[in-house]
Design a binder for this molecule. Structure first.
Ligand code: NAD
Ligand code: UDP
Length: 324
C-alpha cells in the first residue's frame, strides 16, 4: 500500500507535547514539509532546547500551557486546525511514580478536550498510544487484536489505563461524532533528545557506559524489548497521519533483545569499561515485547530501516556530545 502525502504547505497542525523527545522530531518533519505547526507544551518532561531551532521560523508557534486544562485563549489556537496530534504525556516508568495524576489527566481530560476540538474543526486526530496498552502481554508478538494484560491498580496503571481510556475515547468520537481518527501504538523508541536521566533503559545505559559507571540491569535482564530508532517511528506516524487508516496500528521494530544483551551492546559500542550490575526490578514490568507489524506493512507500507547498532551509535554520539 502506497500512502500519498496528505498534509503539507498551508495545513495547520497542532502537536501537543511537541517539545518532547519523539514529538519534537515529528515537528521537525512537519515543518520540513511546509506545514504550519503549533506546539502546546508545559515542559513537564520536555525541553526548550528540543525546539529552540524552530522558534524564529514563521510557520512555527510555541504555546506554553497544560493541555489537561483545555486549550488556552491564544491567537495561534484561534484558527481551524487540519490535524491534531495528541503526543503529550510523560512516558518513562520513573514518571509513573512521580507524576501519576498528571499522567492520568493528560491521558483522559486532555484527550477529550482535543477530540472536542477535532470535532469542531473537522480535523484528523492522531493519538500517540503505546505498547503498554498490552500490559505484560500473554500473546507474543503482540497483534493489534490482542486486548492486553494490564494490572488496573498497579504502579504502571496510571499510564496504561490512561492510554487505554484515550483509545476508547478516540474510537467513541470516531463512531458517534464522525471524527477522522488514528491511533498509533508506539513500541520502545530511542534516539537523540532523550533525557539522559529519564530513567528509561537506553538513556540510562548510555549515560552509565559513557561515565564508566556500573550498568543497572533490572532483575535478571532476561526481559525483552524491541527497540526502534526515532526516525523510523516518525516515518511510521507520518504515514498513519497521511493515510485514512484508523488503527490502532503498531509502530516499532522486530529487533527484540534482552536487557542484558542491550547493556552488553551499549558497553561495546561505547568502548566502555563499565560492568553490568543487577538491581531490583519494578513490579509489573513486562516480560517481553515485540510488535506484530503486519498491519503497519499492509495498510501503510511501513518498514523500519535503522539497525540497533546504527541507531544506538547515533544516540551514543548525541549523548557524548552533550557530556562535553
Ligand atoms: P517526552 O516526555 O519526551 O514527551 C512528552 C511531551 O509532552 C513533553 O514535552 C512534555 O513536557 C509534554 N507534556 C506532558 N504532559 C503535558 C501536558 N499536560 N500539557 C502539555 N504538555 C505536556 O516523551 P516521549 O517519549 O517523546 O513520548 C511522546 C509520546 O509518545 C507520549 O504520548 C508517549 O506516551 C508516547 N510513547 C512514547 C514511547 C517511547 O518509546 N518514547 C513509547 C510509547 C508511547
Ligand atoms: N531497565 C533496566 N535498567 C534501567 C532501566 C530500565 O534494566 O536502568 C529495564 C526495565 O526494567 C525494563 C526495560 O529495561 O524491563 C525497558 O525499560 P524502559 O523504562 O526503557 O521502557 P518500558 O518498556 O519499561 O516502558
Amino acid at each position: 500500500m502506497k500512502v500519498e502525502q496528505r498534509f503539507g504547505p498551508g495545513h495547520r497542525i497542532l502537536v501537543t507535547g511537541g517539545a518532547g523527545f519523539v514529538p519534537s522530531h515529528l515537528v521537525d518533519s512537519l515543518i520540513g514539509r511546509g506545514c504550519t505547526v503549533v506546539v502546546l507544551d508545559n515542559f513537564v518532561t520536555g525541553a526548550k532546547e528540543n525546539i529552540a531551532h524552530l522558534l524564529d521560523i514563521p510557520t512555527f508557534t510555541l504555546v506554553e500551557a497544560d493541555v489537561s486544562d483545555g486549550l488556552p485563549a491564544h491567537p495561534a489556537l484561534a484558527e481551524r486546525f487540519d490535524a491534531i496530534l495528541h503526543m503529550a504525556s510523560p512516558a518513562s516508568p520513573t514518571d509513573f511514580e512521580k507524576l501519576p495524576v498528571e499522567i492520568l489527566r493528560v491521558g483522559s481530560v486532555a484527550t477529550l478536550h482535543l477530540l472536542e476540538r477535532a470535532t469542531v474543526d473537522g480535523a484528523r486526530f492522531l493519538l500517540a498510544s503505546t505498547s503498554e496498552a498490552y500490559g505484560d502481554p500473554k500473546e507474543h508478538p503482540q497483534r493489534e487484536t490482542y486486548w492486553g494484560n494490564v494490572n488496573p491498580v498497579g504502579i504502571r496503571s496510571v499510564y496504561d489505563e490512561a492510554k487505554r481510556f484515550s483509545e476508547a475515547a478516540t474510537m467513541a468520537y470516531r463512531r458517534s461524532r464522525g471524527v477522522d481518527t488514528a491511533i498509533v501504538r508506539i513500541f520502545n523508541t530511542y534516539g537523540p533528545r532523550m533525557r539522559p536521566d529519564d530513567g528509561r533503559a537506553i538513556p540510562t545505559f548510555v549515560s552509565q557506559a559513557l561515565r564508566g559507571e556500573p550498568i543497572t540491569v533490572h532483575g535478571t535482564g532476561d526481559q525483552t524489548r524491541s527497540i526502534c530508532y526515532v526516525a523510523d517511528l516518525v516515518r511510521g506516524i507520518l504515514l498513519l497521519l497521511d493515510s485514512t487508516e484508523s488503527g490502532p496500528v503498531n509502530c516499532g521494530t522486530e529487533h527484540e533483545m534482552s536487557m542484558r544483551e542491550l547493556a552488553e551492546t551499549i558497553i561495546s559500542l561505547c568502548e566502555s569499561k563499565s560492568e553490568v550490575t543487577y538491581v531490583t526490578r519494578a513490579a509489573d514490568d513486562p516480560e517481553m515485547r515485540r510488535p506484530d507489524l503486519t498491519l503497519a506493512r499492509a495498510a501503510l507500507g511501513y518498514e523500519p530501516a535503522v539497525t540497533p547498532e546504527v541507531g544506538l551509535q547515533r544516540t551514543i554520539e548525541h549523548f557524548r556530545g552533550r557530556m562535553g
